[in-house]
Ligand binder design. Sequence first.
Ligand code: PR8
Length: 470
Amino acid sequence: MAKSLPKKAGFSEWYSEILLMAGIVDVRYPIKGLCVWHPFGLVLRNRVYSILRSLLDVDHQEALFPLLIPETEFMKEAEHIKGFEEEVYWVTKGGATPLEVPLALRPTSETAIYPMFKLWIRSHTDLPLRVYQIVNTFRYETKHTRPLIRVREITSFKEAHTAHTTWEDAEKQVHEAVRIYSEFYDRLAIPHIFTKRPGWDKFPGADYSIAVDTLMPDGKTLQIGTIHHLGTNFAKTFDIRYEDVNGEQQYVHQTCYGISERCVAAVIAVHGDDRGLILPPEVAPTQVVIVSIPFGEGKDVREASQRVHKMLSDERFRVVLDDSDERPGAKYYKWETKGVPLRIEIGPRDLKSNSVTLVRRDTFEKTSISVPDLVPTIHQKLKDIHTSLYEKAKKSFDERMVDCTALDEVKTTVKKGIAKINWCGEEKCGLKMEEGTGADVLGELTQTKKGKCPVCGKKTDKVVLMARAY
Ligand code: PR8
């Protein structure tokens, strides 16, 4: 007997089990923190990333840099090294021969890409330069690993790197990245919020960092992307200069921004329910499953199902006809687990009225639709499913984000969600707020509110978000 899915209320168990049951990743690979993508999971991942690609391809160029970085390059940027030194895997031998220069497996690719930027950028006419790659990166994470959420091989690291003539132009790119990531997460129906990371938690080597977070079912936040203004920090280290209009040499101003397979984890965790995945139609590997319910010989029902299958395939829906010999109930269960947004049931009674029964995965709403109306109805229902997935998730997100004025309130709020609270902006107060609540300061909102710092009592209009973060 197949194992049944634990209730989503016990999120951690539910999450581990659904990855296995739906066929997303297999965690049994014999290296801790590394997972295998199942074919079904990989199709989902590719659909998600094709949205990201299409958003970036408008004005970024895709490139591909090597996995290995010479220690000599990796060790150039002091802050960057400090931030990553505990997390780097090193290749030290080629066969039995010790390497003269050890090679790092990229934990991120600044130090692989920027020496090449130095060669590529000559003049202001080469700028802005915007490239991205989608690659695997390796981080020897010491915190508890979790599939797709905290892995040691990040298999799907989308990293964009840009160079500009001025600090302000780079800042415009930061805003543009915020817009792109916001649209990306809207397309996945994932509610999200951007904050400016506190100084003590910015990306190593950045002037400042912006993070985008979503809220998981257990009340913890998941950082699902970051955007960094690098100023001229890396440009100075890697000597990346351009000739300006007056013929003078200037350092470029840079940004970088990244998203990992956490975006897939968010889709799974935010939308799923006790029966399994619920996938937004745009990324669902299968959008419609047809289950025929033959009665007696059932030849007519089979044929009708095949006709409907052809009609929907011709319309370019991603549709599967399940005419296996399993019981209908077992088929429903199987496809529900996989999150297929719409199910079509065709039985003898439907046949008589030239209609089918359409069932929504998210609400289980059942309607009888006449065959000639089927195509427009499915188009509409898939749109409706996206909208209601987003609305439901947004409502739950908003309900769990609470305005607080005292640290005690923060402590209670972060058991279930995100606390919004004033902060004077001083690092020592921020760290005390973390100590006093056991929660993290995610970062500062652009939105302000008059109030007092809960630690020093100073008047301030800065507002930060605090939560227990994954
Ligand atoms: C950068 N450089 O590297 P970032 N498992 C899964 N996802 C992860 C993990 C992990 N172990 N670590 C980080 N992420 C910059 C930007 C190039 C691109 C995800 O930034 O270190 C997190 O969602 O902040 C994180 O926000 C994102 O990768 C970018 O990593």
